[in-house]
Structure formats: structure tokens, C-alpha cells
Design a protein around this ligand. Sequence first.
Ligand SMILES: Nc1ncnc2c1ncn2[C@@H]1O[C@H](COP(=O)(O)OP(=O)(O)O)[C@@H](O)[C@H]1O
Ligand SMILES: [Mg+2]
Length: 324
Amino acid sequence: MASFDVSVIGELNLDLILYGLPQSLVLEREHLASDLSITLGSSSAIFAHNLSYLGNRVGFSSCIGDDPFGEICVERLSASGVDVSHIKKLKGKTTGLTVILPQRKDRYILTYPGAMYEMTERELDQSFLFNAKHLHLSSYFLQKGIRPQLIDIFRKAKEAGLTTSLDTNDDPEDRWSGDIQLLLKYVDILLPNERELCKLAQAKDLEQAAESLSQKVRILVIKRGSQGAMARVGKEKYLAFPPVVDVVDPVGAGDTFDAGFVHQFIRGAKIEDCLKFANCAGALSVTRAGGTEAFRDAAHRDAFLRKHAAGHGQSGTASSKPAG
Ligand SMILES: Nc1ncnc2c1ncn2[C@@H]1O[C@H](COP(=O)(O)OP(=O)(O)O)[C@@H](O)[C@H]1O
Ligand SMILES: [Mg+2]
């Protein structure tokens, strides 16, 4: 039996969030933020952290620099119960950092990738990586070092009997180059937001993009912010909406949605139930600063899930029967 429910490969860094800054910044002026939050960031880490708090055994493969920021990241991830034994500390390298400046609706996202660019297949222990029911990868375009090997890694994961999921997130270079299309062959669940979906499919509208990508992956899940999410399994369409919540911060909602979806998927849930629970997880995430704070507060997390996701098995260890 696999040691982990889910194995995650990805980046690990803190998010530094400065609230209340003006939309246009003026050189040489000192701009004062109204609030500050320093919290566990990075798509992969938010996914792993929140998935662990939902009651899953999660293994994390990553690299950090030899600096205090890297250590804080590992501590935070470890506190959620994620197995951090395979996070490599790279001597002389710097852990990445993301600075987020939320605006009224959208946000500036400034990232120094740091150690995540250095991770290659050499840093991965495959016996650890594949000792799970499911493999997840986030932020495809930020994984510069490991990207050329990802097709091979995903192919091996499938051969080893794991199901797989991918959330590309944004491409900072906005190129959306063709190599990702080859990876899709080994992806069971693809989890883009609407914008990323259109970019990935190189399509003008949502309908055309969904049609095209639903032919390439087994399950296509499209995130739509407060509008919820859609799924396509071949020609079949599913739609679900999140509960209405007071929005504090949408950072990490997409990654947390992914965690909610995978949490149900590995338990063999129906697609509509995976979607419903994913929406609840995403909505919970926006009720606190950053992508992990809502999940760190046990009382808040449990009360929210009891109210909005009752009957959707929000905790406990995954059953031994994967959906794939
Ligand atoms: N304002 C909101 N209210 C309730 N749920 C939300 C809100 N914003 C996001 N979510 C939930 O989080 C999910 C992911 O958010 P989205 O912004 O679409 O992803 P991403 O962060 O990847 O762009 C949504 O599908 C929804 O379930
Ligand atoms: Mg996202």
C-alpha cells in the first residue's frame, strides 16, 4: 500500500502580502501599506498544506535555499502534517519569494523564483515521489529546472499506477509553449482558470477552449472565481457554485480548490461531488489572508466545512481505493 495519498512536486516559498497600496506606484515616493501578511505561499505548497489539513497523507518534493525564509516555509508545511523529509536545502542558493499587492479586484504578483529554478530530476527521490496514489504538479511554467523531465516523470507515475493532476497557473512569459501539450497525455485532471484555459488551448472563447482541451485530458476542471467551476469529462458537462462568503483575500483560492477536488477524487467520489467540495475549499480559502491561514485555524476551518460541505467527508484518511 502506498505511504502517501498524494505526492506533490513543486516550489516552496513565502508570500509577503502588502495590502492597501495604490494601483500606480510613483518612483522615489514612499508608499505606505495599510496591512502586512507574511504567510506560506507558492501554489504547490498551498495545495499540499491545505490537502494535509483536509486529512490526507501528503509527501512533498522540493528545493529551498540555505536561508531563514526557506526554514520558515518548511516549518509551516511540516506543522500541517506534510512529509517534508524530501525537501532539499541547496547550499549557496536563495529561497524564492512572492510579493503580492492586492488591488480592489485583481493583484500584482512579483516573484523571485530562487531555488525552485534549480530543482531537477537529480534532487528527486523517485521511490518517495511515486509512493502515493496520486501525483500533483502546480506552476508548470515556474519549474524551469525540472520542466524538461516532467513528461518522463508523469509517464513513470502513470506506469506506477498513480493518477495525476496538473494546475499550470500563469506563464510569466505568456508563451504557453507546445511542450505542455505533450505532458497532457499523462494528466488525468487538468485544473486551469478561465484565462489559463484559453491560453492553453490557444482558443478565442471559453466554449471552444473547453471543447478542445476536454479531448486531451480525462477530466477538465475550469475555475471561475466567485462564479465557481465547470468540469468536462468528454462530452459531459458539470457546473457548481461556491457558497457566498465575505472575501478577505483570493490568494491561493485556485490551489485550495485543487486540493478539495483531489481530496474527493482519490476517495472515488463522483465528479459533481469533487466539484462541490472543491468550491467549498476554495471559498474557505478566501475568508482569510493568504492561501493557508483559513486552514491553519482549526475551529474556523471545521465550522466552515461542517456548514458548507456536510456529507462530503472533509477529514479522515483516504480510502485505499483510488478513483483511477
Ligand atoms: N469570491 C469568492 N467567493 C467564493 N469562492 C471563491 C471566490 N473566489 C474564488 N473562489 C473559489 O476558489 C476557486 C478558485 O478561484 P479562481 O480565482 O478561479 O482560481 P485561481 O486562483 O487559480 O485564478 C473558485 O472556483 C471558487 O470555488
Ligand atoms: Mg491558480
